[in-house]
Design a protein around this ligand. Structure first.
Ligand code: UDX
Length: 456
């Protein structure tokens, strides 16, 4: 089976390489010549663990090729996947479909035989059907079928998510589309992955509903963390106690500075716009979006309060800038709100992130970037941990204490054990956990979960 993948961004590149690993013949297309050249020389345009080896292996096996020519890619393809970006349209929150339609126009202009076109990009409900109409208009001579196959890939574990998904969703209109998608995902039958065949609109909505629900789950626990701080409860234990209920589940109950990234903020907004267009209220999702926005600003107050009410003239060392660990993606990261606000309040901000600094440097003017955590902590008045990279968990706190001007930690991801940090002589603020004063023995909190354990 041969497929074409239009767009070599995050989703296209990972999906293309993974389909090749499944044994399919995959041609990836991108208009950006420089990007194709880079990928072909082994330099991945994004940081995703294992992607470079996966691409190299499948290129060497001859199953994965790259081109800038849509004609070359789509001709002879059994299915053409559209995996281009659908960013938030400026001003109104709608998903911007211009790249999807540009790809569709390109496909329509170049196809010579009937083909199945599959949207992998996250597209609003109704897009698949309007693409069907579009193809009928453009190419009345050809039977172009359309299917929806949303992705559920998390950055940082995208390859594993593709290879071992919880489920695959395929929105199809014809038996032929069902057969083709069934064949593309056949290797997953071995691990008994549920493949859910639905109509087009249902598949499109499953994607948005999933992301909106996960964003709600995170926001729920974030608000409860605020209550924990007031009543002296521990959010880690509350989340564990809730999550052990099989109906709730433990994942996505880790309180923090608010969700970010390329999907949740964009997809929740786009879902709200879809609901509006169809005269339906999604009040829960609406509230989630607002609470999450406010939360990032609330984190600024938390930091300022921890510094005694003002950060003017203080040096703040920020550990972690990306929206989550194991990615270089800065999109909608809480750090993009928190860092400028601290600077606005007069703080001097130094920062370190294992992978995100190149991107962050473009977005965060005035920040001094260091080459490691200890470097930026030297002489700092506060350490603010925004992203829970594993390398921060093992920091030598004794050394940190000696380096800092004032031993103060604001841990926005509950990475550290409060008792231990306080015993090391730090003033410690975290999310939704009771304050621990030096000398006061409390019951040790449950061991912290790592991001991997949390999502396992
Ligand atoms: C998400 C979805 O998980 C994925 O299925 C979809 O296709 C794309 O969007 P991603 O954006 O890569 O993936 O990251 P994810 O791991 O889901 O985290 C999203 C945000 O939520 C991050 O900012 C993360 O820090 C935050 N988060 C996640 C929490 O604050 N607490 C949690 O318990 C989980």
């Amino acid at each position: 089976m041969r497929i074409a993948m239009i767009g070599t961004g995050y989703v296209g590149l990972v999906s293309g390489a993974c389909f090749a690993e499944f044994g399919l013949e995959v041609v990836c297309v991108d208009k950006d010549e420089e990007k194709i050249r880079r990928i072909e020389s082994g330099d991945m345009p994004i940081y995703e663990p294992g992607l470079d080896q996966l691409v190299a292996r499948n290129r060497a096996a001859g199953r994965l090729t790259f081109t800038t020519s849509t004609a070359e890619a789509v001709n002879g393809a059994d299915a053409v996947f559209i995996a281009v970006g659908t960013p938030t349209r400026r001003g109104d929150g709608h998903a911007d479909l211009r790249y999807v339609y540009a790809a569709a126009a390109d496909i329509a202009a170049n196809l010579r035989a009937p083909t199945l076109v599959v949207t992998k990009s996250t597209v609003p409900v109704g897009t698949g059907r309007s693409l069907l109409r579009f193809f009928r208009q453009q190419r009345p001579d050809l039977e172009i079928d359309v299917a929806s196959n949303p992705e559920f890939l998390r950055e940082g574990s995208a390859i594993d998510d593709f290879m071992r998904p919880d489920r695959v969703v395929c929105g199809v209109e014809t038996e032929r589309a069902r057969e083709l998608l069934g064949a593309a995902y056949r290797p997953l039958n071995l691990i008994e992955t549920p493949i859910l065949f639905t109509g087009l609109e249902t598949a499109e909505l499953i994607k948005y509903a999933t992301n909106a629900f996960l964003a709600t789950k995170i926001t729920f626990i974030n608000e409860l963390a605020d209550l924990c701080e007031r009543v002296g409860a521990d959010i880690q234990q509350v989340a564990k106690g809730m999550g052990l209920d099989g109906r709730i589940g433990r994942k996505f109950l880790h309180a923090g500075p608010g969700y970010g990234g390329s999907c949740f903020p964009k997809d929740t907004l786009a879902l709200l716009r879809t609901a509006e267009q169809h005269d339906t209220q999604l009040r829960i999702v609406d509230t989630v979006v607002q609470v999450n926005e406010a939360r990032k600003r609330r984190m600024v107050r938390k930091i300022v309060d921890a510094c005694g009410g003002s950060v003017a003239g203080r040096t703040i060392a920020v550990l972690g800038l990306t929206f989550k660990p194991n990615t270089d993606d800065m999109r909608e990261s809480p750090s993009l709100v928190i860092v400028p606000a601290l600077q606005h309040e007069g703080a001097r901000v130094r920062a370190y992130d294992p992978k995100g600094m190149r991107e962050a440097a473009k977005l965060l003017p005035g920040v001094e970037f260091g080459s490691g955590p200890y470097e930026i902590l030297e002489g700092a008045d506060a350490m603010v941990l925004i992203t829970e990279w594993n390398e921060f968990r093992g920091l030598d706190l004794r050394r940190v204490r000696q380096l800092m001007r004032e031993p103060r930690i604001v841990d926005l991801r509950n990475v550290f054990d409060p008792l231990r940090v306080v015993r090391e002589g730090f003033a410690y603020t975290s999310i939704g956990r009771p304050a621990v004063a030096p000398g006061i023995e409390t019951v040790l909190p449950a061991p912290e979960t790592t991001a991997e354990e949390r999502d396992a």
